[in-house]
Design a protein around this ligand. Sequence first.
Ligand code: DGY
Length: 322
Amino acid sequence: MSKPRILVARAIFPDIVDRLREHFDVEANPDDVIWTPQELAARLADKDGVLTTGSQRIDGALLSAAPRLKICANMAVGYNNFDVDAMTAAGVQGTNTPDVLTETTADFGFALLMATARRMTESEHYLRAGKWTKWSYDMFAGSDIHGSTLGIIGMGRIGQGIAKRGAHGFGMKVIYHNRSRLSPALEAECKATYVGKEELLRTADHVVLVVPYTAASHHTIGAAELALMKPTATLVNIARGGIVDDAALAVALRERRIAAAGLDVFEGEPSVHPDLLTVPNVVLTPHIASATVPTRRAMANLAADNLIAFFDGRGPLTPVNQ
Ligand code: DGY
């Protein structure tokens, strides 16, 4: 019997592509070409499965050009690049990579929070530019992490990881807002208190966003929400571009309505709103929250395992639709 045909839509670890070749007839993309939706559709015309990253949109138009397609295995925990309803209607399984990136991403969220509150990149640029000539009492004075109030919007696995780091490691008071409350046991483990979104924005010294991107979470933080925040507060987004109105944020940063922001994700990335590139009080990173070698390997292996298990008839390991 011939092997199922698989497309690996972006470059991934070559040894994991080799592992896929043991099970499938694989078309890979070792040069990491960014295909247009039309080019992707043309490649999927004769494929049974695809390994995607968050940068390939899988929607009804693409699915109608891919009549054999049975599974899209995303190498990401977020799957807002999938039109899940269209996939389900077309009988196409979607999978993602939860759990394997939780701690790495929570580490990064905390690192970005600290870099933002303590003005690390802004001060490094100053030093590299040869501007450091003397010590002064207020040079790059930022805000404290320890003992401050951490507000987390989105209390899934990654949000809980950030809460634990803040509460247990830095003595922060943790408040959170989420679609649903955690169980009392989980709240106790995270030392986190549930509050309304408005109360969180008004009282947190640091606000961290970890919500999935959906139509309902679009612009969770816009001009009105930024206006509620303390002028000394920081905002960190490691969730998805589109959760924050980047244009409104750039205005708030320039006018010092909030102190600083740390952003790993952007609306329309890899493009970044030009105004964010010119304000000094923002730390910008290129969507790398899960980027450690062990974690990226674990994500790629889990995506591969989903494909293998699905075509073996064992069923997907981490399905996003049923
Ligand atoms: C995820 O897993 O959703 C990340 O954003 C991709 O690195």
